[in-house]
Design a protein around this ligand. Sequence first.
Ligand SMILES: [Zn+2]
Ligand SMILES: [Zn+2]
Length: 173
Amino acid sequence: MLINLSDVFNTVGKTLETEIPVSGYSFEGSLGSYRLLKGDAFRIKAEGIGKGRAKVSGTAHLYFAGTCDRCLKEAPVEISISFEREFASPDFKSDDEDENEEIHEFMDGFKLDSDALLYDEITVNWPVKILCREDCRGLCPVCGHDLNEGDCGCDTFVPDPRMAVLSDIFHRD
Ligand SMILES: [Zn+2]
Ligand SMILES: [Zn+2]
């Protein structure tokens, strides 16, 4: 959705609040597509701070359908978004090049691209690992048994390959 911030840019203290519905949303991450399980709307509040600039804050609390990296069971991915940053109209230029890039990111003229902003916020908050629980024991590498449900009794000891050569020599006769 494109949110027109023209009025906010023009007037100090002018605010604009909007809620972007997220139902049916899917996050297309670098590792796959994640369906939204539940979540409130993406709430955005913009306030004019003068000279074509706006302070924008946003919040969202989202749960995506994920899979545990260790045991492969379903594991919801909880994403909590809360940010506050500045955006600027196309005619405002900052002397600081980095700042200039930041305040015009996600801007399409006088309009803020909330989809691109939300996507970026989810990416930044996405966990490095998806786990069903912090101490998930994962699957047995031998038989695939879910070790959270108890031990399977498999010998998961991996012998040192150099020892295996020695063992062959001893067992030759
Ligand atoms: Zn797990
Ligand atoms: Zn096993």
